[in-house]
Design a protein. Sequence first.
Length: 224
Amino acid sequence: MQTITVIEDEKSISEMIRLNLEMDGFVVELFDDGRDAMEHISQIILSDLVVLDVMLPHFSGLDICKKIREISKVPILFLSAKGTTPDKIAGLKLGANDYLSKPFDLEELLLRVHILTQKEVMNETYQIGHKIIHFSTFEVVNCEMNEVHLLSKKEIELLKLFIEKVGLVISRDEILDKIWGKDQFPTSRTIDNFILNFRKMFEEDPKNPLFFHSIRGVGYKLTI
């Protein structure tokens, strides 16, 4: 069974989370103090997921996240009463995988937990320039401007294809086949529009791209 560590100082919240996670088959470990959690980091990083409150006694959740990321890539889901974009970005920049604002819907929490504990999506982030892609949340975080951009499912799928073949030229036919399949009939112009959006999103100068290149008569290439 998978183990989830919940670091939360509000007992009513931590017990509610524990009860529901155990009903879903998880083993749950609880900590209600930042100092206690810091002293047990070596145990916590063996978990399959850490659910981490931002505001804790003695050490904040941000402090704990930073410490965990020095030694482990265990998935981290932040909980916080502060739902503002700067607070969310602060957690994501430290290496958190997801962020849920209080008060939260229990079903949403459980859904995010199940997503983050699936081995194939764990620690699924990728950096292009000053932007970090968080595949589990469909978000691109701008580390310099403190901005978050939400991606569509097709944008995520296309970015994954480029990352899988970074440095290689991908033909338009391959993109159409793998992203849209045999039963849909988008045009090459559709792909061009996605590339233009990626350039606006990731390039400092979209007219002189460093990352997303068009190869005339063939397709496209991602260079990092």
